[in-house]
Write a protein that binds this ligand. Structure first.
Ligand SMILES: NC(=O)c1ccc[n+]([C@@H]2O[C@H](COP(=O)([O-])OP(=O)(O)OC[C@H]3O[C@@H](n4cnc5c(N)ncnc54)[C@H](OP(=O)(O)O)[C@@H]3O)[C@@H](O)[C@H]2O)c1
Length: 269
């Protein structure tokens, strides 16, 4: 007889979510908390993190710990360890990202290096630390936030897209390495999603309607639904169709031009 496990049985009792103060990170916190997992929430923005943590606590079902730290710091794990030592972290959502939009040579080198630190180095360390314990327990889940921009070059987010390709390939590779050991890994690839960070980037959406803009709530729900079922996933039926079809039909050069021209319309002068 097959025993159907609940999300909490599979990935509890604790989840660790980075970039939890805003956007999809806050939404992960609400939805995972509502499923009964205790939370360790990580972000740089202490005030906003407290609001999300209090909102989840008001549900009255779970314990929530907050860690205010900058994931670009070489020693960020020393801020995380006191809050996580002794806890069984069964679910890691590596969601925080540094995502400035702009032409490559209009961004500073510091900004580009920060993207590598926050978007690549930090997820690598988190997976190494918490994934190893999941492997030893033969139980757990890891969501690495990638992006629809991860599968080809994109103007205006060149370095960012490259960091998201790192997350996608890391997730898919680990999906295969860990799947027989009870640990599920997902590379999640949203298209444009209406989050705080996205709004602050000030896209001029009226200039191009090629790429649909999704809402965080159903997007995050989709990640939690497909974890354990696939190595990677593009949320939103329309997004998935457009991207999959275009990738199959268009030469790579045309694909790069198409997604770049959408970005140029949203962010070009
Ligand atoms: N929104 C989209 O259109 C979209 C599309 C594809 C993929 N994604 C991916 O989805 C994930 C979430 O995106 P989002 O739009 O929800 O982001 P968001 O609204 O900008 O929120 C990200 C949160 O992470 C925090 N953060 C950034 N750098 C950090 C650091 N060094 N240390 C600690 N916290 C840090 C941010 O704080 P600060 O604001 O202070 O930096 C912010 O609170 C990201 O991985 C992103 O790449 C988003």
């Amino acid at each position: 007889m097959t025993v159907v496990q609940t999300f909490k049985q599979k990935y509890g009792p604790w989840a660790l979510i980075t970039g939890a103060a805003w956007g999809m990170g806050a939404e992960y916190s609400r939805q995972i908390g509502a499923m009964g997992l205790n939370l360790v929430l990580v972000d740089m923005r202490g005030d906003d993190l407290r609001k999300v943590a209090d909102e989840v606590r008001r549900g009255g079902r779970v314990e929530v710990r907050e860690v205010v730290t900058d994931l670009s710091r070489p020693d960020f794990m020393s801020a995380l360890r006191p809050a996580t030592d002794g806890l069984e972290i069964g679910l890691l959502v590596s969601n925080a990202a540094h995502l400035p939009v702009g032409l490559f040579f209009e961004q500073s080198l510091e900004d580009k290096i920060r993207m590598i630190e926050v978007n690549c180095r930090a997820p690598l360390i988190l997976v190494h630390e918490f994934g190893a314990k999941m492997l030893a327990r033969r139980r757990g889940g890891i969501i690495l936030m990638s992006s629809g921009s991860a599968t080809q070059g994109v103007a205006y987010i060149a370095s960012y897209a490259a960091t998201k390709a790192y997350n996608l390939v890391l997730a898919e590779s680990l999906w295969d390495e860990l799947r027989e050991h009870g640990v599920d890994v997902l590379g999640f690839m949203p298209g444009a999603t209406r989050t705080t960070g996205f709004e602050l980037s000030k896209p001029r959406l009226e200039r191009s309607a090629v790429a649909p803009v999704n809402d965080p709530k159903p997007t995050v729900a989709e990640a939690l639904r497909v974890l354990g079922k696939t190595p990677s996933w593009i949320p939103g039926r329309r997004n998935r169709w457009i991207l999959t079809l275009a990738q199959r039909l268009l030469p790579r050069k045309q694909m790069i031009k198409l997604v770049s021209s959408n970005m140029r319309q949203w962010y070009g002068r």
